[in-house]
Ligand binder design. Sequence first.
Ligand SMILES: NC(=O)c1ccc[n+]([C@@H]2O[C@H](COP(=O)([O-])OP(=O)(O)OC[C@H]3O[C@@H](n4cnc5c(N)ncnc54)[C@H](OP(=O)(O)O)[C@@H]3O)[C@@H](O)[C@H]2O)c1
Length: 310
Amino acid sequence: MVSTVQILAVAGVVLLIPQLYRFINFIWLYFLRPSTVHEYLHHPPTYALITGASDGIGKAVARELYDKGFNLILHGRNEEKMRKVADEIRARGAHDVRYFLADASAPSHDFARMVEPYKDLNITLVFHNVGSSDFTKERIDEQNESYVLGIAQRNAIFPLLLTRALLPKLRLSARNGPVLVAFVGSQAGDISPPRFSVYAASKSFLIALTRGLDNDERVWGAPTGIRFEYLAVGQVQSNSLRVQASLSSPTSERFAKAVVAHLGCGWRRYAPWMPHAVMQWAMEFLGEKAVDMFTAQAIGQMLEEREKKD
Ligand SMILES: NC(=O)c1ccc[n+]([C@@H]2O[C@H](COP(=O)([O-])OP(=O)(O)OC[C@H]3O[C@@H](n4cnc5c(N)ncnc54)[C@H](OP(=O)(O)O)[C@@H]3O)[C@@H](O)[C@H]2O)c1
């Protein structure tokens, strides 16, 4: 006869197995796994395309990839700033650095024309970094429509349509070796804080897009060799977020090293910065109600502090 204690013990073990599996994956991803980014350096000259590369995380990742041997195609919106960054990176070595300009918030672009100059290049890495959200007190019905659309445009639609235009080219590159498309997401996409609903929804869109495109290229017919991943990003010190650097808010440079170390790790959705993964786990543990209350308080404080400064 099986006792209640035995049933509870078995249930406990069964419930613990997924947590144990998650813990083992955590140790492997953040402490043991060697970087495999060099696998994307096949059939040189090899190019990495990085959007929003004139500042913050994008600029730091561009520098990191350049130092690893990639030629670069950078994207920005400000010619002078972009040229300066391209020159600064070129001075670090002998690889090619090109750039193009486009306002990612603008409603329409000719994406085929945008990527035309790069059609003969071997692009093996795409880092969709462009994005941001302004931090405002207003609710969406107090903001004008083009402002609201601009948030969705730069965070979701621009990366979607740029990927669409690049895909035929990427499939050709993938005949020679692996190709990776990474979307920079945000923890906001998981917790949708007040005043960030459109930004959070746009990042959530990227979560579904990553999975869908990865399935398109991997399990629908013969695999093409292109993989997709979504990076869950917490606070990072950057041009748009001028916070004190700390363990939970690394500088863009430290963060970029972690990004490049994890690119192509095989996880479709992960946090490149280990403390962000711990925070993610803590938020899941606390549950929606507590997280909603906590983020509302934190955002209220941030708004107050900003108003004091202004
Ligand atoms: N920093 C964080 O705490 C944090 C947290 C979660 C997620 N993220 C995500 O990380 C990514 C990078 O953020 P970041 O903090 O590094 O920002 P950042 O320092 O402000 O840099 C953003 C980059 O994107 C460019 N950019 C912004 N809007 C653009 C537009 N409409 N058209 C073309 N280029 C545009 C900027 O160009 P300019 O140089 O001309 O401004 C800059 O190169 C974003 O997707 C963001 O959502 C950041």
